[in-house]
Design a protein around this ligand. Structure first.
Ligand code: GLN
Length: 490
């Protein structure tokens, strides 16, 4: 086995037992990147200082005795990929946008600071849809990432680069961000684990904002245990983000039994939009949970059909406000310094910098959001959407009073072909039909591999989504871990 194929748990053990060095581990990742990234385009940038960091880690390990090595933090020496909307000091951060092509971060995101403190190693920045808007990574201003399971297909999005990097073993694990499904949906399409934490569990400081009331950073990993380790490392209160409120989580219970666990199956998630083969894979996985003693109950999330329309009012509204800062003066590309753009007044600086720097989907959302927040339409759209959002949240409150966990598909279909939905925003939005409500409600959710469907001779992964109660990641991860075990056994 090549070292880049290891999980965090396996790699951490190997490093501590001196079976291999951090340098060897990082070298195997870099070799895999060299071999495959020109085809997959998972990374936008690979850092040239990753090996230096590995050597430093090896020096620390060399100087430590056995007991000291065992006590090292779990992510010590673990090579990670980071979605390119998360700031790492001194590194370029593009958010997949032309408007930030020359932007270098001058501070570390809180999650990066925490990972650095543990001694994690950053391999590079992973591709994404521009400002995390999209479901296929085709909205990146730079390049489209490909799905490692079938390179004629998209990896999902917007954290498609992170998901492809993990699935193709171009790193040990990765960070992404999830505003409406951008961790879970690519995890599902690529056949890995993706966790969207409770809103407020992880600091957003240093995450380039898309929709601030929904964005969360979370892990993409090869196992539930790895996702738990990464989550444990990045979670917690932060003076720089007043919405990051909760501390003192416990790690998932090692042996969480499925026996007696009440699993709610929302009937709205099994309607006509769901492909029959995907449905079969999910039902099969739920059947295995039942065999292991779980109690399966049909439940209802009655406002599910309003989730997508509500999301596409709330998100553009916040996008139009958050992206106003990219004005050609404060950040990135500017008509003032560009030789291609002529300007004669201040308005030209704003208009031409933004017209040049933003892509079609970003412009679409800025226009929509400006409209929904305008004086004449604010009540009809934005305020109405907030009211419906409350109803969606209440759906989860009621449902999660009666069950321990909600289970269903992460996506209605497996990964689609490159280009298939690129010109049809509505079709693209439908890829997130089962994920967006979770962000509107703020609850945590995870996608784990449930099985595969076959298309054109290729096996395409299908993700099983679990949704839990606010700040009950421990239970969510515990149940997911047990389920992962029984799915693998069969
Ligand atoms: N695909 C959804 C969108 O385009 C979700 C994106 C995300 O979670 N960042 O908004």
């Amino acid at each position: 086995m090549k070292l880049n194929e290891l999980t965090i748990t396996e790699a951490a053990e190997g490093i501590r037992k001196k079976n291999f060095t951090v340098t060897e581990l990082v070298l195997d990742c870099l070799r895999a990147i060299k071999e495959k990234n020109s085809e997959l385009h998972a990374y936008l940038e690979v850092f040239d200082d990753a090996l230096d960091e590995a050597k430093k880690a090896d020096e620390i390990l060399g100087a430590a005795n056995h007991e000291e090595r065992i006590k090292l933090p779990p992510l010590f020496g673990i090579p990670l990929a980071i979605k390119d909307n998360i700031l790492i000091e001194g590194k370029r951060c593009t958010a997949g946008s032309k408007i930030l092509e020359n932007y270098v971060a001058n501070y570390n995101a809180t999650v990066i600071r925490k990972l650095k403190k543990q001694g994690a190693i950053f391999l590079g920045k992973a591709n994404l849809d521009e400002f995390a808007m999209g479901s296929s990574t085709e909205n990146s201003a730079y390049v489209s990432t490909k799905n490692p399971n079938d390179i004629s297909r998209i990896p999902g999005g917007s954290s498609g680069g992170s998901a492809a990097a993990v699935a193709a073993n171009l790193c040990v694990a990765a960070l992404g961000s999830d505003t409406g499904g951008s961790i879970r949906q690519p995890a599902s399409f690529c056949g890995i684990v993706g966790l969207k934490p409770t809103y407020g569990a992880v600091s957003r400081h240093g995450l380039i904002a898309m929709a601030s009331s929904l964005d969360q950073i979370g892990p993409l990993a090869k196992s539930v245990e790895d996702a738990a380790i990464l989550f444990d490392a990045i979670k917690g209160k932060d003076d720089f983000d007043s919405t990051a409120v909760k501390d003192n989580y416990k790690l998932p219970t090692i042996n969480y039994k499925l026996n007696g666990v009440r699993v709610g199956i929302p009937k709205e998630y099994f309607g006509k939009g769901l492909e029959s083969e995907v449905k079969r894979v999910i039902e099969n996985a739920v059947g295995k949970m039942e065999q292991a003693g779980a109690i399966i109950k049909e439940i209802s999330l009655p406002h599910s059909e309003y989730a997508l329309p509500t999301y596409y009012i709330v998100v553009p509204s916040e996008v139009s406000a958050n992206l106003a800062r990219f004005d050609g003066i404060r950040y990135g590309v500017s008509a003032v310094t560009s030789h291609q753009l002529s300007i004669s007044n201040l308005y030209d600086v704003y208009a031409k910098s933004r017209a040049f720097g933003f892509g079609a989907e970003v412009k679409r959302r800025i226009m929509l959001g400006t409209y929904t927040l305008s004086a004449g339409y604010y009540d009809a759209y934005y305020v109405k959407a907030q009211k419906v959002r409350r109803l969606i949240r209440q759906d989860f409150e009621h449902a999660l009073d009666a069950v321990d966990i909600i289970a269903g598909p992460t996506t209605p279909t497996p990964a689609f072909h490159l280009g298939e939905r690129a010109d049809d925003p509505l079709q693209m939005y439908l890829a997130d039909i089962y994920t967006v409500a979770v962000n509107l409600a703020g609850v945590p959710a995870i996608s784990i591999p449930a099985g595969c469907v076959e298309r054109e001779g290729k096996k395409l992964p299908v993700g099983l989504q679990f949704i839990g109660k606010w700040f009950e990641e421990e239970k969510l991860l515990g149940i997911a871990k047990e389920t992962e075990k029984i799915i693998k056994l069969h």
